[in-house]
Structures are given as structure tokens and as C-alpha cells.
Design a protein. Sequence first.
Length: 556
Amino acid sequence: MLRTTATRPILYFVLLMACFCPPLQAQAPGLLGVDTPTPSRMPLLMPDDFSELKLVAWRVERGELDPQNPLIEGEMPWDAGGAGIHGSVFKDPLDSRWKAYLVCTPAEFAPMSKAEPWKSDNAAYRRLCLFESNDGVHWTRPELSNESIGEHAKTNALFDLSQGVSAYPSVFVDPENREWPYAMIALREYQGSKAHGKPPQGNGYYRYRSKDGKKWEPLGKVQGSMNKWDLAFFYRQPEGGQVCYYRATGPRQATDHLPPYEDTPRRSIFRSTSRDGKAWLEDPDPTTAITADELDHRDTQYQELVPLKVAGGYLAMVTMYHPLSQTLDLRMAASRDGRHWWFPDRVACLDNAPLGDYGGGMIWQSQNLIVEDKTLYVYYGATEGAHRQMADSRIPSKRINAMETIADKFTYFLPFNAALCRAAWRVDRMYALASSAGGPSIGEAVTTAKDLSGKELWVDLRTRPAKKASKPGFHEGYLQVELLDKDGKPLASFSRADCAPSKGDREAVQVKWTGGGAAPPNARQAKFYLMRAFLYGFEFRDARQNAPLPKGPAVP
């Protein structure tokens, strides 16, 4: 069951003056980066920030599709059936070029099995391939000598099929390692096909290293539970060691709903850690698992989790699987410690397009969340088709109503005809607290008690404009705040009536009262009043954090 545990976040360094920090930049590939709190990304907002919530709920922002989508479509014999799923996309710190390590498959025009004509053999030809770009939008295929395919002596393929198919690369770049700056953990599998050989130590995840990110040297198989399943992403942690989020399955429960054409119950996400990247240990706390709970629809399973370290905790995108429709979409999550996760809402933040469009079937995100220029990017493999076949006259079927029949037995994966796409969010506007009723109804939120003496309150908010009415300013959105003492009573000159309403679209605006801009010595809590307003974040700052930059020579 998914649970939220309020855990004090680990601080990687002490922030002396927040306004002097550089803008939040992209995380190093494969590294859960250190905190870089700035005015453009206030500390993570979660329920444990509040002791009381009344008439409020959480609003999740939807991702905006890149107008250049699809960014990469298959055209070569080895990728004409799909390019983009199960990948690692990032900006390389060594040469400032974008790299995409993606699973590619050839086209499949008809099933290859006569005994089971609905069976697809497409997955038996999955290869990891490298793409490069100067801007993250326009991509090229470098010509490598790793594998020749047909008449193509040079291709962008990284591994041939002699040791199994390759997928799910987690790529790390360490600029301090001058000899072997590139490392990778990738899935190698044998799927019972004559098209390829077997991995030397059986199916599972293998470690590699490289001098240039193109020619890879094997280092052996990792040891851990993730080898039983084929969905895992690995990350290095700044304090040392590594962490992995992987998918496993569990027994079916009474509340689960599985259609006949689906064979796997309870897909869930688990966490594992390693000191050296070789041997991995499962998290001993069972509440760290992300699995369907009483707030989920019965048709809900969990596939992937991709985290991003931010001020005050972690953001993440979670790949959701829906067996009834055989589709996958993305949901947003947050955590204080990277172990216990909470969903602001149980709706998709990146939903499916109509079937037949890219993303109409499945959305498979890549290893890294990318942050550049206040924008968070998710690169993903978007398929035109669904995960499995649900209706086909060649498959034994059952009638479910007067008009429809469905497959009444397990059916095989369809070809993942995919392209690389991306979606974007404002990194400071991922989700917000809002009035749950809307209109003139006012939501209230009281912060958790702590000493606020001498602090300034800054907020990130957006308010709704006035309604189209004969009365100017009718029901224009606003936010007001009052400060409370240890008994929960409003402080003189710092009550709601003393607070100038905050309006508009303000990523960092200071809240002020008739009593001033800094909280008095006995202030312990803040009470927010939201009317047609979205609170994306707040922060109590020392006044010196917002002082003007000193003149004269820079102080080291």
C-alpha cells in the first residue's frame, strides 16, 4: 500500500543566501543531484507542510507536448518499427551534446508465428542505439562500427544480438573519471528466439564502461532482485552508493481487476540500494513499495519511477499501466526521502493521445528528468499501438455484451511502434494547492507549527482573473495570509484583514501585512486563504536572503 511518511530531508549543503544561487540546472546524467533551491523552484510542497486543510485539494499541471514531436522516428532497417522506448536521454557534460540511448526495433508487417498468428516476434530484435543532438530536438544517427546490419557496414547500434536483446540503459557520466567517464547498466535478455543468442550469465542487468560513450566494455552482471524483471532504472547518489527503482509483481488481490487478456497482477515499484553498483539489497521497509491502494481505480498498476532531487525532497514521474485499455501514461509523485512517495492527484499529468497517434498506446519515459531554463522535460518513447491485443478473430474470445467480444486468454505483446517525443512543465509549477470548490468558496490551509520569528513569507502563486461580469473585478482570485501564535490565534497587525491580497501570476512575491513584512517574535503558523488561487509553493526566508547584492569586488 502506498503511504506517505514525513521524513526530514537530507541536506547536502547549507544554503547561505538563496537569492545568490545560480538557476536550477539539469541533473548530471544518472546522478540524483544536490539541492539547488532558487526563487524559481521553492521547496517541495507536501501535506506535511500543513496541520489543517479545509476546502482545498491538489491541482496537478498537465505536460505540454513539444511542437516538434515526434523528435525521432524510425527509418533504418533496424529501427523502422520503433525508436524511443526504454531509453536514457541527457545532455552530456563532457561535450555539451545531447545523447539518447534508445531501444530500436525493425518493422513487423505480419506475425511470424503460424501456430499462434497473434504472436509478435518484434521484441526479439530489440537493440540499444545511440542518437546525438546539438539542441535536444533535432537528432542524428552516428555511424559506429559496433554492429553491421545487412548492407549497412556502420550503424548506430551499440550491441549486436549475439548475447541477447538489449534494453533499459541507465547511463552515468563522470567527468572526474578521465579514463572511463561513461558507465552503463543495461538489460540483456534471451527470449527464446533464433534471432539472437543468450546473455553469458542469464537474463538480467549487466554493467558496462566506455571511454567515449560509443564502444562499451562489459564488466559483469549485477546481483539483485531487479534481475527477475525487465523494468529498472539506476542512479548514483551524491553521498555515495547507488539506488534503483524497479518493477516487480505480486499476488492478485480481491480488489484488483484483470481482463482475461492480461496475465500479470499487481505490478508494483520497489527500491534497492548498492554500495558499489554490483550487489543490490532490497529496501527492508515494506511501506516503500508503490502499489495499488484504496485510492486507486481497480485497473491500476505501476511500472517505472524516475526521480529528480529538488529543494526539500524529490519529484518523480511514475509510469502507470492500465490493463483494461492496455495503455500507459504518466503520473506525478513527490517524496521527502526518495523512499516514501505521495501523489498530489491520481490522474495522469501526461495522458494518452487517441490510438494511432504517438502516445495513443503507451508512454515509456527515459531514465532522467531534465531541467533547463526553468523547464522540466520528460523524454519518452510514444507508441502508436497498445500493449497487448484485446480483440482479434484469430484469438479464442468471449462475448461481453451484444456488440463486443474480447480475447479470453493471455495474448502476446504487440510491436512497440514508437517514436521519441518529449513534454514540458514549468519546474516551479508542477502542482499546486487550490480551493476544492472553486468560485467564491475560500479554501484554508494552516502550516505546521514552527518558529517564524523574523522570517519573511514568499509565495509562488497564480490567481484566476475576474469573471466576465458587469461588475469590474467580480470574483477575482486572491491569496491572503494571517500569522498565528502558539495557541492558533491571529496576531495583531498580522491578521487576514491586515494582509494585502496577492494576485496575478507571481513566481516569487513577498506577503506583507500592516505590521510589516517580517513575522513577529511570537509567530508560529501561517494560515492561507485561497479564493480562485493556486499555491505552488511557499518559503519562510531570513530577511538577509533577499537583500540586494553588495557592490564592489566579489566576496569569495
